[in-house]
Design a protein around this ligand. Sequence first.
Ligand code: ADP
Length: 519
Amino acid sequence: MAITSLSTWGHDVRNMPIRQKLMLIVMATTAVALVLAGVGIVFADFMLFRGYLKNDLSALANIIAENTTASLSFEDPAAAAETLATLHSRPHVVTGCVFKNGGALFAEYTRPGASAVCPPPQSARVIRFDRGILLVSRPILLNTHRLGTLVLVYDLGEVYERVQLYGATVIAVFLFATLIAFLLSSRLRSLIATPIIDLARVATRVSNSRDYRIRAQKFSNDESGLLVEAFNEMLAGIQSRDNGLQEALLAREVALKDAQKARESLETSLASVARLNRQLRTSNENLARSNEDLERFAFIASHDLQEPLRMITIYSQLLVRRYAGMLDTEAANYVETIEGGTKRMRLLLADLLTYAEIGARSEEPAQAIDLNVIVETARENLAVSIAETGAIVNVAPLPVIRGFESHFTALFQNLISNSIKYRSDRQPEINIDAIRVNEDLQICVADNGIGIAPEYHSKIFAAFKRLHGQKIPGTGIGLAICQRVIERYGGRIWVESDLGHGSKFIFTLPGSLLVATGF
Ligand code: ADP
């Protein structure tokens, strides 16, 4: 029960406001100190006073014993009673008796109003406290001869009066000191309590408002001041972190909005790209269809036109042969013009057919073809013009690739024949070589001919584009055929040249076309 109420009290004290707690501590400390000091002082005084009383009474007994020696020697009880009567100056001496040897009462003093009886004499010197009295018994001697015994009884009322006085003083001091302590502590407690209470108030405000700009006030440079500083530093840290967080949140929101906008515009762009893609696909399909139609037309036209052309050729030749000598000069010129026209048209149709065939899908699979052999075939096909012009054709080792023989024969034949056709005054020299550039195969057909001005480099690959008149024969389809071949195999063709400095026709082919990996 006591333990329970003690722990409840402890709990109550713990939960007290700090002002009350401080007050309680000061008051309790003061009270305990005063009580202990008071009790200590009273006890010490009590003990000291008892000692003093013993000495005092012992001295008094000595004097009276001295003074009664003669009375005893001369058997004069009245003188002894007179001596004892001097005791009335000590009001706390209750009784004083002189006994003769043998224990008979010789003389006696009793304090007026008291009814005390003398205690029996003791054989030895005795001075002791006994139930509220101090008893002194001492022998009365003449020299060393014992004449009798003196017994004094002292009541301890003086001691108790003294203790009561001290007790009352201590209580008065205690009450006064407690009052002073109370007044002082109520003044001084604010020194400790105010900063802590202010700190608690600020902490509550911060926690309720989440406003980390608030700061606690520093009242002093002691521990509470350090506490306030640490608390303010902590708030500053939280505030800067909070600011960072707010900024990050803001930045995140802005980024999210931007991302949203970007997403919307991306979606719009994607939708328009998709629309454009659809349009592109449709136009591609249309283009592919018209390309196919055109190619089919070119193929059929060039193929079917060959027959009537052959007829014109044969009949014009017949005309020349049968009516030779019968035609006048003008008619002969007409026939010659017809022959020239048909020859050009034959060439044109042959080139067109080749061009159309390259674009056509093949039923046959691609073959492994040795480009050295292909170049050799082209050379053989051009043997006459090579011989006529004395052209030199140098061929470095070329690789074996996967493709169609007719395509690459047309390619090399066109490039070599152009190099011969567009020769300069020098003996034509043609160099063909192949190298690897990264993954690709790169082949170059270089000549020392008239060269091509840079502004025409991209134009000459268009069909029917020619830079020279009829004095150099040609259809204007040769390079278009070359480009078509290369593009069909996933490569690229271009020219590096300048007027009067020869030309380099360079084309690439994907390395995947190589049959032998060693090249
Ligand atoms: P063409 O039948 O006229 O030779 P091409 O398509 O083969 O038609 O060539 C187009 C034009 O490019 C030619 O008319 C010519 O002017 C120029 N050309 C082609 N190859 C060479 C070359 N090796 N040197 C100089 N000019 C060339």
